[in-house]
Every structure is written in C-alpha cells, then in structure tokens.
Write a protein that binds this ligand. Sequence first.
Ligand SMILES: Cc1ncc(COP(=O)(O)O)c(C=O)c1O
Length: 365
Amino acid sequence: MPSPLFDTATPLAPLRAELDAAIARVVDSGKYILGPEVSAFEREFAGYCGARHAIGVANGTEALTIALRSLGVGPGDEVVVPSFTFYASAEAIPPTGARPVFCDVDRETFCVTPDTVRAALTPRTKAVIVVHLFGNVAPVAEIEALGVPVIEDAAQAAGSTARDGRPGALGTLASFSFFPSKNLGCFGDGGAITTRDDELADRIRMLRFHGSWDKVTYEHVGYNSRLDELQAAILRVQLPHLDTWADGRRAAAQHYEDAGLGELVELPRPVAGARPAWHLYVVRSERADELAAALRAAGHGYKAYYRTPVHLQPAMREYAGDADLPATTEVARTHLAIPISPVLTAELAAEVVSAAREAGLAVAY
Ligand SMILES: Cc1ncc(COP(=O)(O)O)c(C=O)c1O
C-alpha cells in the first residue's frame, strides 16, 4: 500500500466533532482577536512546555523576529543560525537589522552543537537561534553556557522531550509554528513564543500589538502579529493529544528500525537524552536519488527538504561570506525524508523498507 510523506488527516478524524464545536463556539462568541481562546491556549501551552509564558503570534517566522526584538537585537548585531534548516530560521533575522552568521550542524543529529556554534561567535553575537530540526532536540543548555542567549526554533519539535525538559523551556526564548503540517498544527497560520522571563514576555506582548503597552500610546515600531481565536480554539482541542501523537511518531521510527532500514541507509540519531517526536523522518544515503526513485516507483512519499542550504540561497548571499560548513554541505546532498506520521504502522514501514531494499541500497558511510 502506498504511504504518504505525512498524514495529518487520520489523527484528526476522531476529533472532528470536537473541532466543529470549538469553531462554532468562536463564531458564536463574536470575539475573534485576542480573546478568551487565545488566553486559555497560551496558559495551556505554557503549562505543556513547562514555560512560565506562551504568547500567541501570527506564525513561526514572526515568532523568531519578535523574540529577537524582545532581546534588543538590532543593527550592528550578529545572530548565529544553522544553514541546514528551513529558510525562515534565518529570514527572521534581517528584519531586526542584525546579520545572520551561519554555523554548521552535526551530520548525524542534523542539529547545531556547542562546537559548531562556538566557531561562529564574535564579539558582535547577540543571540543564537538553535533549531530543533526534524523534531530532534539540540543541546540548548550547553550552548547557552557559551554565554549568549539562545532562542530555540522549536517549529518542528512540539511533542519532543530532552533530558532537562521540553522544547520551549530549555533556552531564554523559544518559537513555535502551528503551520498545518507541524506536529501541533492549526487550520491556517499560527505561532507562539515561550519564555520563563516575565519581562521578555511583557515586551513580546507589546511588540505583537504594534509596539504599544496600553493600545493607546505607540512607543515602538512593532508588529500586527497575533494568533487568532479560531486557531487557538482548534489548537486547544489538539494539545491534549500531542503526547500520544509523539509516541506514535517514535513508534513509527522504531518500526523502520525493526524492519532493518538501518542496514540500507543512515538513520537519524537522537541528540543525547532527547526523545524526538520525529516531525520528519530523514535518512542519509550517498544514493539518495536512487532511494527517491525506488520510493516513487512503489508509490511512497519522499522529499529532499533542504538540498540548497540557506547560506547558498540567493537572498542570503550578502550574509554568507566564505562560510565553510562541511557537514551542512554533506547532509544537504544526502538527506531524504521518508513517510512519517503518528499513525504509520509496522506494515507500512516494512513496505517502505522493502522498496528501499529492492533498490539495492546499503549503508555506505
Ligand atoms: C524550522 C522552522 N523554522 C521556522 C518556520 C516558520 O514557521 P511559519 O511557517 O509558521 O512561519 C518553520 C516552518 O515552516 C520551520 O520548519
């Protein structure tokens, strides 16, 4: 049976009546912006993450920009960010006036490490954006110990855990995206910023509403960037199921291992102490194109997400300098996402693995 790259519909099907009721509740309330649903979701999501505050914003990209602004990042500053990530992780930096400085990742975890971040630090570094890529969890505490505030880009890591807590509560600030395909996704765009710091939380609330503390006087140039009531109500229905879905994603990864996928390609390695809720299940192979062709022939989903890393994208040319990022170059060439979802069965995983096996792949590293 063909397996899609991801399946957002099946896990939501049993929640349909609850979702319909939540949507009707908002429509009937007549409150659509910054009302009780957003407040309740912010409370519930902060509690889930183990952060003191969650502030709903319009999307995960603006969550990063606003998080940077709340730290006072501006012209003349540098922000370290990996190049092997979704473009938005770096795109969020220039609107603050600061420059992205690209760092490398670990080829087995796809995440930054204290060493790759240290290599990119300068006296102008004001913050580091650490991406929990594909649901893995980067070692935030070790990186923050380098002496710079860390913003976790947790867009892909809702539901994951680390030794010392959940994404969202590991660094100074964290950003989330609730884009529909994410581990926790709404029915449009949405995002949030979490922090344990009361002062940063106040500043973020001010920045998301046009830079005004009291909605009368406008002291800062801010943003119109809010999670809306409908999306918050939809997220509140889903949040209690996030851990079950995360378990399903981990079980799917285990099905791949049990079916022998590790004999054919390099499997993603969790960062020490992390239990990733794999948002994407990304393997590596020198023969990634042949793997893609074999999966296509069998009707399975696959995708190479970041063949051109961010520092080589045209819009980032002025910031890339002579960045030498060997692991980024390698994983950009060799990675391939294969089907993953909270409901991927052992049978489907075995079919994907047998399609890969028929292509005659073997671990080449
Ligand atoms: C790692 C990462 N950062 C940032 C974003 C941006 O989120 P959004 O699409 O909600 O702006 C995404 C997702 O799209 C992402 O995957």
